[in-house]
Design a protein around this ligand. Structure first.
Ligand SMILES: Cc1ncc(COP(=O)(O)O)c(C=O)c1O
Length: 374
């Protein structure tokens, strides 16, 4: 799909790059089954089209992961029938629909477990769950010492099957993996205890992208890549990798003008031209996910040349000093995220200028930026 003439900004998303990234994940994960993370609108790339595409790779992907029940429902409404794991579990009132739609909740409290069992009996539909254990993230999950009691409870719930056990790394992206190792061994101790008792859980999973890249022993029965699929390294230190960013974002020049030295630009007059300048006003702003923190810091690419954001980023627009760029005309697209020839401004670079991480930049791309899949 190409941008229509009505598009002020668009994101071009390469499905062939996504396929290649999936292949790279497979290589690194040594063909361990994949639970592809498509939460937060597939990290801004469009949950439905991305999941539909990945769903065709059935031999590689066993399941999809979203954060919330409503994200799972949206995928079901789009006709996606693959197993979907709801990573943050479910609220009591969501349980009947969750069972009806065959969404798989992550569970981390007895109350929810019992409510699921009761609803499953009522609906005469057995339910699979994944149990989350907090091995050090301090976010979701039962504490390791509570696992035994929880398991006894699961065994007393006839309509609930424990399909999976998971935990989540807090810092597998660092060079120092000692804490990640501790988390892994906590989980392994629990799994060994299960095995001793003859309890067979088909899917034990822990590794996010960083875990996949750095801790081969954490790959277990299944891996949960997110950021790698979208083409970015999960690691804090920039090391070469073979992933390809799958999204480029472009925005149109709304107007162009030449202004004299001393001209203030945008709210607060935080930028004043130091020379006679050519200023382009571009159709992307913080409402589209281009961070306010990039005011006087961001860079975009205009006709192959890196150009600076001047003045404060507005809600719908920002201004570029294009004095040193090749001639431009109104309606031309500039590259906000992506590359032109050998000049690049990928989300990682945008994130570094904005002093944030790449996840926030990708997930933040707003709904006005039309997604086009190629
Ligand atoms: C529970 C869980 N698993 C896996 C992932 C994927 O992480 P990443 O994008 O770093 O691969 C996330 C993302 O935050 C997550 O919350």
């Amino acid at each position: 799909m190409s941008p229509s003439k009505h598009t002020s900004s668009f994101a071009e998303i390469s499905l062939s790059a996504l396929k290649e990234n999936l292949r790279q994940v497979q290589i690194q994960a040594k063909n361990t089954p994949i639970l592809a993370i498509v939460k937060a609108n597939a990290y801004g790339h469009g949950a439905v089209p991305i999941t539909q595409f990945l769903s065709q790779q059935k031999d590689k992907i066993k399941m999809f992961g979203v954060a919330f029940f409503e994200e799972g429902l949206a995928l079901r409404s789009a006709g996606i029938r693959d197993p979907i794991l709801i990573l943050t579990g479910c609220m009591p009132e969501q349980i009947p629909d969750m069972i009806a739609e065959e969404l798989t909740p992550v569970v981390f409290d007895v109350q929810t477990l019992e409510a699921i069992n009761t609803a499953a009996i009522k609906q005469e539909k057995p339910v699979k769950i994944h149990l989350k254990i907090d091995t050090g993230m301090g976010r979701l999950g039962i504490r390791p010492e509570a696992v035994r009691a929880f398991m006894l409870k699961v065994l007393s719930c006839p309509s609930v099957t424990l399909e999976g056990i998971l935990s989540h790394f807090a810092e597998a992206d660092l060079k120092d993996l000692s804490f990640a190792q501790k988390q892994l061994s906590k989980l392994q101790t629990i799994l060994e205890d299960f095995a001793d008792k003859g309890l067979n859980v088909p899917y034990c999973h822990l590794a996010n992208s960083a875990g996949i890249s750095q801790l081969k022993s954490a790959q277990l029965d299944c891996v949960r890549p997110g950021i790698m699929l979208y083409g970015y390294s999960p690691l804090q230190e920039a090391i070469p990798h073979k992933l390809i960013p799958i999204m480029q974002v472009k925005a149109r020049i709304i107007t162009l003008k030449t202004v004299p030295k001393g001209t203030p630009i945008s709210y607060g007059r935080t930028f004043v031209t130091k020379r006679k300048s050519r200023i382009a006003t571009v159709a992307i702003g913080y409402a589209d996910g281009y961070p306010l923190s990039l005011s006087n810091r961001g860079m975009m690419i205009a006709k192959g040349k890196l150009v600076p954001v001047t003045g404060r980023v507005c809600m719908d627009m920002c201004m570029l000093d294009v004095s040193d760029a090749p001639p431009l005309t109104i309606g031309d697209y500039v590259t906000v995220i992506g590359s032109e020839g050998s000049t690049s401004m990928w989300a990682q670079q945008v994130a570094s200028l904005a002093k944030t991480h790449v996840y926030e930049i990708l997930c933040g791309i707003g709904s006005r930026v039309k997604r086009c899949y190629v």
